[in-house]
Design a protein around this ligand. Structure first.
Ligand code: 5GP
Ligand code: MG
Length: 188
């Protein structure tokens, strides 16, 4: 084994905790309750399709889907990938679609899942994209909302936590590829 594995310790601490694993787990439970009660979900004529915005939302999507399933809502899931940050910590130009969904949203309501709502350009882009695919309704959920930084006139329907204007990592989110596996949301 040539990997240099160094468990996190007091001597080698990870990023500072902003939202702990326990806080996230508890909030995802109540978020699942809210999403299940959302009129678009309740009144859906066809089963909703969960759409996960890669890569940052993969862990949130996995935990949210388990919470929804535990409450009786088993969703089909698909993935798409958008480029925004590259290797930096600020948005780099217009949002581009790197990989589209493989299941079409045509004729179905969509549960759109993203990690962070920041300037809002990504969410605005994704809503337009899914409407163009023919989604009959879109319920959006984000784990974190940085309201201070909004540029596009969008908001998410279901928000995990209001987030201060700091660069966060962990729980699926990275800084130049690192920290996605952290079980909590931290600040560098
Ligand atoms: P927006 O288009 O709303 O400005 O950008 C949203 C996307 O930028 C999020 O889905 C997320 O991928 C990324 N992002 C925004 N803030 C942060 C942050 O603090 N940390 C990380 N890792 N990604 C962020
Ligand atoms: Mg994202």
């Amino acid at each position: 084994m040539s990997l240099e594995l160094r468990p996190r310790t007091a001597q080698a601490p990870g990023p500072e905790v902003l939202f702990s694993a326990a806080e996230i787990a508890a909030r995802i439970g109540t978020l699942a309750d809210e999403i299940i009660a959302d009129p678009v979900m309740v009144e859906a004529a066809r089963p909703p399709l969960a759409v996960c915005a890669l890569r940052g939302a993969f862990m949130f999507t996995a935990d949210l889907m388990r919470a929804l399933s535990a409450r009786g809502l088993d969703l089909e899931v698909t993935f798409l990938q958008v480029a925004s940050y590259g290797s930096g910590t600020a948005p780099q130009g217009p949002v581009t679609l790197l990989q589209d969904t493989d299941s079409t949203a045509a004729g179905r309501p969509v549960l759109l899942i993203d990690d962070i709502l920041d300037t809002g350009h990504t969410l605005a882009f994704l809503q337009t994209h899914l409407r163009a695919q023919g989604a009959t309704g879109i319920v959006s959920t984000v784990l974190l909302d940085k309201t201070e930084r909004r540029e596009a006139g969008v908001s998410a329907d279901h928000i995990g936590f209001d987030c201060p204007n700091v660069f966060v990592v962990g729980y699926g989110m990275d800084a130049d590829g690192r920290y996605r596996g952290l079980p909590y949301v931290g600040v560098l």
